[in-house]
Design a protein around this ligand. Structure first.
Ligand SMILES: Nc1ncnc2c1ncn2[C@@H]1O[C@H](COP(=O)(O)OP(=O)(O)O)[C@@H](O)[C@H]1O
Ligand SMILES: [Mg+2]
Length: 239
């Protein structure tokens, strides 16, 4: 019996060469190694943005009432504000959506929050509630955690939506709570979306200044994108 060929070394290289020649692959030059990740692969910024967006959209869906689960922002000014809030939240300011009942203010507001989530921001945390629910929460016995804990949570939330501000009765309590909250968010430049049936200013009827008081509306006027959502009452149409 012939001695077994030693493994490795020249013998293996020669054998390998013969196999390659037999397949016409003997002159394959090694090309440049393309180790840049594709957009669908980990390491590519688009892959990581998409993962952040998937996660943020889950949070958005949890914070969004059933009726607005399909909401998308359609107004160009709302879209522009949402894009600023996604990329440079400190520069976005507040967004105030005003207009008559049923015109789609709440729809646009949740649509804006969805658009921010869809951009895959570094951080996405949102609290959305109506003004009456907010005041109920902030009352002395409104929550297990106590009003101070709750007001801090609303002050610090990276994104906050207060829906239907101005519908509740004004009192020293509501004015103080609104002022503290808006002022804290104003000072820290945290984005806030407000919807309201009341016009910002109106000479022949109640307006936001009457309802919220001058010190709150003066804060609002400095850093707020006001968008009027006018048009038909969509609720009547679908009824
Ligand atoms: N752009 C839109 N596309 C489809 N449905 C909409 C749109 N805007 C509003 N709606 C629907 O119309 C109704 C009224 O809208 P909503 O946002 O609740 O009004 P508002 O907050 O101004 O009172 C809701 O049922 C909402 O889902
Ligand atoms: Mg509404």
């Amino acid at each position: 019996m012939p001695d077994p060929q030693p493994l490795g070394g020249e013998a293996v290289t020669r054998r390998f060469q013969r196999i390659l020649e037999a397949r016409g692959l003997d002159h394959v030059e090694p090309g440049p190694i393309d180790d840049e990740p594709e957009p669908a692969e980990p390491g590519h910024p688009e892959y990581h943005r998409k993962r952040r967006a998937d996660w943020a959209l889950k949070r958005w869906a949890t914070a969004t009432p059933y009726r607005y689960q399909t909401a998308t922002a359609t107004h160009p000014d709302v879209i522009a504000w949402a894009d600023r809030a996604a990329t440079t939240p400190k520069a976005a300011g507040f967004l105030l959506l005003t207009g008559p009942f049923g015109t789609g203010k709440t729809h646009e507001a949740y649509g804006a929050l969805r658009r921010i989530a869809d951009a895959g921001p570094e951080r996405y945390e949102v609290i959305a509630l109506t003004a009456p629910d907010m005041y109920a929460l902030l009352r002395p016995k409104g929550s297990d955690n106590g009003p101070e804990f709750e007001v801090k949570r609303l002050m610090r939330a990276p994104l906050l939506l207060i829906d239907d501000l101005g519908t509740e009765k004004i009192s020293e309590f509501t004015e103080e709570a609104t002022y503290r909250l808006l002022n804290a968010r104003y000072n820290e430049c945290r984005p806030l979306i407000i919807t309201s049936n009341l016009p910002t200013q109106c000479t022949d009827g109640p307006d936001l200044i009457d309802k919220l008081g001058e010190r709150i509306t003066s804060r609002l006027s400095q850093m707020t994108t006001v968008v009027e959502i006018n048009g038909r009452d969509r609720r009547r149409e679908s009824a």
